[in-house]
Design a protein. Structure first.
Length: 152
């Protein structure tokens, strides 16, 4: 089995950028030399992600991206040699808002959030300055290699 990304859109709009976001994520998987690995990206609205944030993180507000990494759970065992990373939830509302706020494209924002979530699924974090530097360097390398820059 090859690497596999499933993208689910739970909002009533077509998001053209997701085709490129998927390619960016596959290139990130390649960069990390992953094999037989899969994960999901779920596009939701602010209300949905707010509920997730409140329920699972006790934070009573919407957020841009939230991940559920299966490898963080010792109780989940995947048979065979397949690696299932988990789920990345992205708020399309928040992504649009932030793209406008930062003055770049929705493609840049969605790609950034998706790659950010991907590295969280792999266990990277940004709780300390050192961790943040490692994680954000990896993210930027993936985006830069795909020609997705801050100003685009």
């Amino acid at each position: 089995m090859d690497n596999k990304i499933e993208i689910f859109v739970q909002v009533k709009e077509e998001i053209q950028e997701l085709e490129t976001v998927e390619k960016v994520l596959y290139s990130a998987m390649e960069k990390e030399q992953l094999k037989n690995t899969s994960f999901n990206v779920i596009i939701v609205d602010n209300d949905y992600i707010h509920e997730l944030n409140k329920t699972y993180r006790n934070i009573d507000r919407e957020t841009d991206v939230i991940t559920f990494a299966l490898e963080d759970e010792d109780t989940i065992v995947v048979p065979g040699d397949e690696r299932i990373l988990g789920d990345i939830y992205i708020s399309i509302d928040k992504a649009k808002e932030q793209a406008k706020e930062y003055g770049h494209s929705l493609l840049r924002e969605l790609s950034f959030l998706a790659v950010h979530g991907f590295y969280h699924l792999l266990g990277y974090d940004h709780a300390t300055e050192e961790e943040e530097k490692v994680m954000f360097t990896k993210q930027e390398e993936v985006l830069e290699a795909y020609g997705i820059r801050r100003e685009s």
